[in-house]
Write a protein that binds this ligand. Structure first.
Ligand code: KG4
Ligand code: ZN
Length: 336
């Protein structure tokens, strides 16, 4: 079975083709990604209307590229999957519209995939895929969650952010420091030259006794510190970046370890854009090694949004018996 996946929830258009034999883990045949970063950079963030229009321009050429690379045609596709949400409504509608149109034209089923489930299952595309059950740390631009994952569709939320997401904390702090958009990777790069102990920043909810997160206060603390530095900000920027990164990473690390302890599980999956953060990976790897916990990540280039994770999540859902393949009826949904 061939599953075409389309991702268009924010500022990346992603299309991918995955093959599933119904038994072994599905395999990625080809994928293509177009990042709109260069277009939004002038505005300091994603402009939703521009994002939607650009998805329209990119999605069909990307689908052609993916089919050509896999030496298949669209007629070979058995299921069309797309990101159902969450995300920017207009951007999501482009992927949903194209997927449903393809489904109608090919007379094939169409499956809406939850964007976070895509991230969550993306490590199954790596060379070292995890096994169930595991604790998942989902850290993206819009979400920060800890989950117990017992199988496909068997997810128990252990804790989540009560305000900003970890990626948002990176992005907003980066913006305050004038590092532009996208802020996370820029802040992380600058942090490599700084001293993580230079500034004392809060570790919100670190001792809250539960697995929830809060990053809004950290952003305010970074703002206060930046104001205090005034003209000196320029020369202390790397130190402030390193201190900010250290604060975010410490909270993510400690809460993940608590989740592992509380569930008794010995496997951690880290997914979502912030999972690309080098410092976070180093800290998690070291701590988990000490506790004989295995850590799994998606391939670095599949940490941020992409079509492969959507095709993969759809394939795994179908393999697990969900998604209506038995009926094999076209199914359309604009539920974003
Ligand atoms: O998963 P993703 O591509 O999109 C959402 O679903 O939100 O995550 C994007 C987020 C952004 O906040 C971005 O700044 C952050 O991931 N990010 C990083 C790094 N790479 C991406 N944050 C810290 N360090 C990185 N290397
Ligand atoms: Zn995402």
């Amino acid at each position: 079975m061939l599953i075409l996946g389309i991702e268009s929830s924010c500022d990346e258009t992603g299309v991918a083709l995955v093959r599933s034999d119904g038994q072994a883990l599905p395999t990625l045949l080809s994928h293509a990604l177009y990042s709109q970063v260069a277009m939004h950079v002038a505005y300091g963030g994603v402009v939703p209307e521009l994002a939607s229009r650009d998805h329209i321009r990119r999605v069909i050429p990307l689908a052609r590229e993916v089919m050509a690379e896999a030496q298949r045609t669209l007629q070979d596709v058995d299921v069309v999957a797309y990101t159902r949400g969450p995300g920017l409504a207009g951007a999501l509608l482009v992927g949903a519209g194209v997927a449903c149109a393809l489904g109608a034209a090919l007379n094939k089923p169409v499956l809406g995939v939850h964007h976070l489930e895509g991230h969550l299952l993306s490590p199954f595309l790596s060379e070292d895929p995890p096994e169930f059950p595991f604790v998942a740390l989902l850290v993206s631009g819009g979400h920060t969650q800890l989950m117990r994952v017992d199988g496909v569709g068997r997810y128990e939320l252990l804790g989540e952010t009560i305000d900003d997401a970890a990626g948002e904390a990176f992005d907003k702090s980066a913006k305050l420091m004038g590092l532009g958009y996208p802020g996370g990777p820029a802040l992380s790069k600058l942090a490599e030259q700084g001293d993580p102990a230079a500034f004392k920043l809060p570790r919100p909810l670190l001792h809250s006794g539960n697995l929830d997160f809060s990053f809004a206060g950290l952003k305010t603390a970074v703002m206060t510190q930046a104001k205090k530095l005034g003209g000196d900000l320029e020369v202390r920027k790397a130190d402030l970046a390193a201190s900010t990164e250290a604060a975010i990473v410490e909270v993510l690390l400690k809460k993940s370890l608590t989740a592992l302890r509380e569930t008794g599980l010995k496997r951690l999956v880290v997914a979502g854009g912030v999972g690309a953060n080098r410092h976070l990976r180093e800290q998690l790897n070291a701590a988990c090694k000490r506790q004989s916990v295995r850590v799994h990540y998606p391939e670095l280039h599949l940490c941020t949004d992409n079509g492969a994770m959507i095709a993969m999540a759809a394939a795994m859902r179908l393999q697990s018996g969900e998604g209506g393949m038995a009926q094999a009826q076209p199914r359309y949904s604009f539920d974003v």
